[in-house]
Write a protein that binds this ligand. Structure first.
Ligand SMILES: NC(=O)c1ccc[n+]([C@@H]2O[C@H](COP(=O)([O-])OP(=O)(O)OC[C@H]3O[C@@H](n4cnc5c(N)ncnc54)[C@H](O)[C@@H]3O)[C@@H](O)[C@H]2O)c1
Ligand SMILES: [Zn+2]
Length: 374
């Protein structure tokens, strides 16, 4: 379908702003709803990159009035505004549930009870809702998705999950959309909430919904001053401030990094193609990268002699490994990730030269450690 009028919530943020630019290029009429949260936007000011061809509404997704204004004549809602940060969600519990879960509920309540023209919706879900990803036991070959690691194992620096059957050390495997959503953090719970709410109400009212479970997104415009989200951006900000990247556990934990251009491409396919309707897709690279390698890449791009600080500490709600099985999005919509981590990080590094990076990592760690969460 060729939709014209599109609302992007969170359109001033990292992922949303790239989507806005792309939709404007495609000659769509784009509206942004964003509250310019000061954790993302220094001093709560609109970012310089904000697209002037899109209509901007400064408002909050927890405010029904702001939604009503924003939804006027809209055909597609891309609901990407959210409070984003696993660690922070464990102590700003009310804000995370309000912004993410309640914010989505208000949108859906309007659609269920008021006149509107919405024909399709996309929601940004998250890999964090899986908890640990899929693993295979090299001993007994059992495929399994472990629960969070036990505190007593973490205290003994036993980082890798072990087999429920024979206790052997497990090997990570690709995680498909079918895996359980174990939602080990408040953030993960709210992301699952958003997906469930959108799917349930969308199906009931025949408004197609697509849920995109993003893995670790990276690219230009990811805030260099937000210590709560985006490990590659956080490391870059640390090094730019002449400080060590801080790595928990032993740094051999892995994440799956997906470049913003590949995300934009997936979003475009999902808007256009009705095969995506009511589907849930993993959006990742399918390639696990260790946190040690993320730090190495950043340090080598910056030509820095700093060495990372390995803390040996852990956060009880952190997972060890989860990387995407991307075959569903590839097969159904012909999507393929194209930007490697190294190439993508080179672009981020070049962009970061002109950017302010305020390092607030120590404050963020302070908040966690005073609650014994780190
Ligand atoms: N970045 C990732 O790695 C990642 C991974 C999985 C899922 N996601 C999801 O993708 C979406 C976009 O993430 P991002 O990385 O671009 O985050 P971001 O923080 O850069 O952007 C979020 C935007 O939403 C706005 N916002 C926050 N709370 C709001 C509210 N109550 N009302 C209106 N606007 C509000 C912020 O001002 C910001 O501009 C989020 O839903 C996030 O949960 C991101
Ligand atoms: Zn086993």
């Amino acid at each position: 379908m060729n939709y014209q009028r599109i609302l992007v919530t969170g359109g001033a943020g990292f992922i949303g702003s790239h989507i806005v630019d792309h939709l404007v290029k495609l000659k769509k009429k784009v509206r942004i709803l964003d509250n310019l949260h000061s954790q993302i936007h220094l001093n709560g000011k609109p970012p310089l990159y904000l697209n002037s061809h899109a209509e901007f509404i400064k408002g909050d997704v927890t405010n029904r009035n702001d939604w009503q204004k924003s939804l006027k004549d809209i055909e597609v809602v891309i609901h990407f505004a959210a409070a984003v940060g696993v660690g922070q969600s464990m102590y700003q519990i009310e804000r995370y549930v309000r912004d993410n879960s309640l914010g989505t509920a208000i949108l859906l309540d309007i659609l269920a009870n008021e006149r509107h023209k919405v024909k399709k919706m996309l929601i940004a879900a998250s890999m964090s809702s899986f908890g640990e990803g899929m693993y295979k036991c090299p001993g007994c070959h059992l495929l399994q998705q472990p629960q969070l690691r036990l505190l007593r194992d973490l205290q003994k620096c036993k980082w890798e999950p072990s087999c429920i059957n024979c206790a052997a050390m497990l090997q990570p495997m690709p995680t498909s959309e079918e895996a359980k959503l174990q939602s080990p953090s408040v953030y993960a719970i709210t992301k699952k909430n958003q997906e469930d709410l959108m799917m349930s109400v969308g199906k009931a009212y025949r408004i197609p919904v697509v849920s995109l479970r993003f893995f670790n997104a990276f690219g230009t415009r990811q805030s260099l001053s937000n210590p709560y989200n985006g490990v590659a951006a956080i490391f870059l900000s640390r090094v730019k401030n002449n400080k060590q990247p801080i790595i928990n556990e032993d740094g051999a934990q892995t994440r799956d990094f997906i470049h913003i251009k590949d995300i934009v491409n997936a979003v475009e396919l999902c808007i256009k193609n009705s095969k995506a309707d009511y589907e849930i897709f993993n959006v990742g690279s399918g390639i696990p990268i260790t946190i040690n390698d993320v730090a190495k890449t950043v340090l080598s791009l910056c030509d820095s002699r700093i060495t990372p600080q390995l803390t040996g500490k852990f956060r009880p709600f952190d997972i060890r490994h989860c990387y995407a099985d991307i075959s569903k999005l590839t097969k159904l919509l012909g999507w393929k990730p194209r930007i490697s981590f190294r190439d993508g990080m080179f672009e981020v590094y070049e962009w970061s030269k002109r950017e302010t990076a305020v390092d607030l990592v120590d404050d963020a760690l302070g908040e966690l450690s005073k609650r014994q969460l780190q």
